[in-house]
Design a protein around this ligand. Structure first.
Ligand code: GTP
Ligand code: MG
Ligand code: NA
Length: 343
């Protein structure tokens, strides 16, 4: 119903998995951007955030004729690094999200950081789906650009289907060894008990429609409570960055509540609590990556869920991974300073 629609916030989805399984490339495919090719060594070294508005979700899933099922304002996707040295960033990303995408390279199966990511998601009881990526690398794959995977599979030769089935069976067995039941999404009748696998290609786009739809449907079906918008500020610092012309800035994920220009905030700092005033609230354009420098939109106020760049004085010693508090009327700054340092 229309009333209910207004009170839902966008689900936050974290994309995780072993290095080079195609996490950033999958987001590039959704955004129609080229972030991955701009990364040093093709390796993600920071957490990213991208807002995907509902209209883009509708456009990308329209072939699946599931339009009526969409009643969230959008989806906030958090990109994480897969390289083994960034476990803290994976942990930070997975700690923020409502739902996850665990990416597995179909040619490699489960790898060490696949299992690590899986355990991070399970530790927090986070629902997730598995993207079985790089299906275009199956020998003889016939590309069907951006098509639903159901449709693309029908176009494939017997040989491709056999190789696919063989690899899928192996990967389901590998998950089973980790104590996890998984099944191809189209055969999965026990969602919740059994995790869905969606075959994808980040290069030719097959399976992207199902991947997006499953995520949004699952979030709407199982976490309405959690996604009900609340005014209570819940905000985490993702990264601290010096930006030419802006000085020290913080990239934050606003999970709930509203931030305003001029809000007094308290964040954890390496040299003690930082008490400052929001000078500007910036976001990239929808479908653009927060961690990539580009044109920013200035906001007087902004509502959750969003990835936001905040400029303010004294942010250079802010500690990434900690909470941001807004000083409300009647709040005791001293108390907020103490709680922010306890994080
Ligand atoms: P990290 O963030 O560094 O962990 O890597 P990632 O998981 O984000 O993978 P990334 O997007 O950097 O992709 C790694 C490599 O795999 C790049 O060379 C991509 O072009 C390639 N790649 C990603 N997805 C696909 C796919 O679906 N098919 C094929 N053929 N190549 C892919
Ligand atoms: Mg990446
Ligand atoms: Na990479």
């Amino acid at each position: 119903d229309k009333e209910g629609e207004k009170t839902l916030r966008s689900p936050i989805c974290c994309i995780m998995g072993h290095v080079d399984t195609g996490k950033t490339k999958l987001l590039d495919c959704i955004r129609r951007t080229n972030v991955q090719e701009g990364e040093a060594g093709g390796i993600t070294q920071q957490i990213g955030a991208t807002y995907i508005p509902a209209e883009n979700i509708r456009e990308r899933t329209k072939e699946l004729k599931a339009d009526a099922l969409l009643n969230v304002p959008g989806l906030l996707v958090i990109d994480t690094p897969g390289h083994e040295s960034f476990k803290n960033l994976r942990s930070r990303g997975s700690g923020l999200c409502d739902i996850g995408i665990l990416v597995v390279d179909i040619m490699h199966g489960l790898e060490p950081q696949t299992i690590e990511s899986l355990n991070l998601l399970r530790m927090r009881n986070t629902e997730f789906i598995v993207a079985l990526n790089k299906v275009d690398r199956l020998y003889g794959w016939k590309a069907c650009r951006n098509a639903p995977i159901g449709k693309a599979m029908k176009q494939q030769s017997k040989g491709v289907k056999l190789e696919f089935d063989h690899r899928l069976t192996q990967i389901i067995a590998q998950f089973k060894e980790q104590g996890l039941n998984t099944e191809l999404y189209s055969k999965n009748k026990e969602r919740g008990e059994t995790y869905s696998i969606v075959p994808t290609s980040a290069i030719s786009g097959e399976g992207i429609p199902e991947m997006i739809l499953l995520l949004v449907q699952w979030a709407q079906k199982t976490m309405i409570e959690k996604l009900t918008y609340s005014n209570e500020i819940q905000c985490t610092v993702l990264e601290v960055k010096v930006i030419e012309g802006l000085g020290a800035t913080i990239d934050v994920v606003l999970v709930n509540g509203v931030l305003h220009e001029g809000d007094e905030i308290v964040v954890c700092g390496f040299q003690g609590p930082i008490h400052t005033t929001i000078r500007s609230l910036l976001t990239p354009h929808p479908m653009k990556e927060l961690r990539v420098k580009g044109a920013y939109i200035h906001h007087k106020e902004i509502k959750a869920a969003q990835g936001i760049k905040i400029t303010a004085q004294n942010l250079e010693h802010a500690v990434a991974g900690t909470a941001l508090y807004v000083v409300g009327p009647g709040d005791d700054v001293k108390e907020l300073k103490e709680s922010v340092m306890d994080d």
